[in-house]
Design a binder for this molecule. Structure first.
Ligand code: ADP
Length: 198
């Protein structure tokens, strides 16, 4: 089975590309979904978060206040790294277990959709990596429209991520999603055709 890493930056069009892949019935392992599911699968994560950040991020039902904790760690790289240090090992474990399951099911291809694929070195365990890239001005415009944010808020979010230009050097294929969705679909078709030859 060929393991394909799919990544991008905020608003680069990663969800758009993964939706096209989903339409084609290609199995997708979604790291964002896993980052929520691990909290139910491994209750010890909540305990670790409580010890590290205090109980103010746990609600009266014992659930994590994701948004509040997200806003808190977004302001400090040190705190963000602390949270990632707790949760990432569980996310990685789940990703690799699900890859093994896909393989056992006899799939020929499996896509791992992860916004921080490269930041967390998961790309090194993939056979092929694809970056969804977009021109910076288009990226700002699309995130502003999608998330109803100011230009400054969008720039803060873009700045907090590894630059898309740096990610370019780490992948096998780049999809330029600055144009139409149709153009993106065509690029994806070509990439899939060459991946199937691996
Ligand atoms: P990501 O998942 O990388 O954050 P999305 O796929 O959600 O990005 O795309 C960001 C926004 O831009 C969404 O509102 C999406 O509908 C829109 N979008 C994505 N690709 C295109 C495109 N090629 N043309 C026009 N709008 C697009």
């Amino acid at each position: 089975m060929i393991r394909v890493g799919l990544t991008g930056g905020i608003g680069s069009g990663k969800s758009t590309v993964s939706n096209i892949l989903r339409e084609k019935d290609i199995p997708i392992i979604d790291a964002d979904v896993i980052s929520r599911e691990v909290l139910d699968i491994y209750p010890e994560i909540l305990e670790k978060i409580k010890s590290a950040f205090g109980s103010e991020f746990i609600d009266c039902k014992g659930q994590l206040k994701r948004r509040e904790l997200g806003n808190y760690v977004f302001k400090s790289e040190e705190q963000r790294k602390k949270l990632e240090g707790i949760i990432m090992p569980y996310i990685k474990k789940e990703i690799f277990e699900r890859i093994t399951n896909c393989d056992k099911l006899g799939e020929s291809l499996c896509v791992i959709d992860a916004p921080t694929l490269i930041e967390h070195s998961i790309h090194k365990d993939m056979d092929v990596n694809i970056l969804v890239w977009v021109d910076k001005d288009v990226q700002i415009y699309r995130v502003k429209s999608r998330d109803n944010l100011s230009e400054e808020q969008v720039l803060d979010r873009i700045k907090s991520q590894m630059p898309l230009e740096k990610k370019k050097g780490e992948v096998n294929f780049i999809i330029d999603n600055s144009g139409s969705v149709e153009h993106t679909r065509q690029q994806l078709e070509k990439i899939l055709a060459s991946i199937m030859k691996y």
